[in-house]
Design a protein around this ligand. Structure first.
Ligand SMILES: O=C(O)CCC(=O)C(=O)O
Ligand SMILES: [Fe+2]
Length: 364
């Protein structure tokens, strides 16, 4: 029997602390990892107050004066942190219709002379001035620390679901420096004057796991199933949407599926949609091809029982098989934010865009 999906399963995280029902959670996780690649997680241990605080801040972050946003624009940052105005980001060569702030977990600059350029990706984020949004930075860092902790717990459970020792994926995180994870606060304005309804175009996420907090009640997020149909993933209060990135798909030999997804703009005359994704990174220096997980034959067989996926609408991050993670991530950032790349990574910019600054339809 082959498997496809027409809705996104909901997994109850509280089962993991119930000795009677933990196995049930692991079995559900195994099914979802292999056949869907997306899940809703309810009853997570991330403190409710920390989530509520950040949901409350999200719209207010976009209400700070435009000069204050421009002061921390992403073009200032070789780490690709900061503010991107509407229509500054490309996915699949088309402009996204979203306004966003990119942040990271706390981290000093890690690049040293002689290091590869991609080590410049990690460093301090740019934050809005404290008096414009008092308490925001502390609240965001507290929230990110909670999600980071959950992300490591879920990775251990995921290893168990694939019948590996629970620390089997530790080698991707445990290096000479702590891993910096990425996050965004995103605003999707409603259709009206927008150039298209592409809130964000079809794409895969890059790293291991993404934890998405849908911070307003709007629909718009869609997930592509194995036969290529777009399935709605509307907000469910009290849950995270969790999905698998290309790095995790590659290291699990395709067992854990990275699933293509996109966001459509809210309809005309609607209010804006807000979301806060957290992207779990792995060490920049690790090449995923250099670490082979000892997956057993029984588990690998489950991959064959999955329906053959049609060609997805996204093609990015195919380079994980060959290059160090940092280089793959850097290429992804350059393609999404060519203006930042032109300023800070001119050589790589030229390689990615040999015909100059991209216009719609030219990039990937
Ligand atoms: O805003 C959302 O709901 C999803 C965003 C997303 O997929 C991304 O930024 O990678
Ligand atoms: Fe995404």
């Amino acid at each position: 029997m082959t498997s496809n999906f027409s809705s996104i399963p909901i997994l109850d995280y509280s089962l993991t602390t119930d000795p009677e029902r933990r196995e049930e959670f692991i079995a559900q996780l195994r099914h979802v990892l292999i056949n869907v690649g997306f899940l809703y997680l309810s009853n997570s241990p991330v403190p409710r107050d920390d989530i509520d605080a950040i949901v409350d801040y999200a719209p207010r972050l976009f209400e700070i004066p435009q000069e204050a946003k421009d002061k921390i624009r992403m073009a200032n940052s070789e780490h690709f942190y900061g503010y991107s105005k509407l229509g500054a980001e490309f996915t699949k060569g088309k402009l996204d219709q979203r306004e966003q702030f990119d942040f990271g977990t706390e981290c000093d600059s890690v690049w040293k002379p002689g290091d590869p350029d991609y080590m410049r990706l990690w460093g301090p984020a740019q934050w809005p001035e404290e008096e414009l949004l008092p308490g925001f930075k502390a609240a965001m860092l507290r929230y990110l620390a909670g999600v980071e902790k959950l992300s490591y717990e879920l990775i251990n459970l995921l290893a168990e679901a694939l019948e590996l020792p629970s620390d089997a994926l530790k080698a991707f995180f445990e290096t000479e420096m702590p891993v910096q994870h990425w996050a965004k606060v995103v605003k999707y304005p409603p259709l009206g004057d927008l150039a298209s309804d592409q809130g964000v175009g079809p794409h895969f996420d890059a790293g291991f796991l993404t934890f998405l907090l849908q911070a307003s009640p709007h629909a718009g997020l869609q997930v592509q199933n194995l036969s290529g149909e777009w399935i709605d993933a509307p907000p469910i209060p009290g849950t995270f949407v969790v999905n698998i990135g290309k790095a995790l798909e590659t290291v699990t030999q395709g067992l854990a599926r990275a699933t293509s997804h996109r966001v459509l703009s809210p309809p005309k005359r609607s209010t804006p949609r807000y979301s806060i994704p957290f992207f779990q990174n792995i060490s920049l220096r690790v090449s995923v091809k250099d670490i082979t997980l000892q997956l057993n034959d029984e588990i690998l067989k489950l991959r064959e029982q999955r329906a053959e996926a049609g060609a997805p609408d996204s093609v990015n991050y195919a380079e994980y098989g060959q290059l160090p993670t940092g280089q793959v991530n850097l290429i992804g950032r350059v393609r999404s934010h060519p203006d930042v790349a032109q300023r800070h990574y001119p050589e790589l910019f030229k390689q990615c865009f040999p015909r100059g600054f991209p216009v719609e339809g030219k990039a990937y």
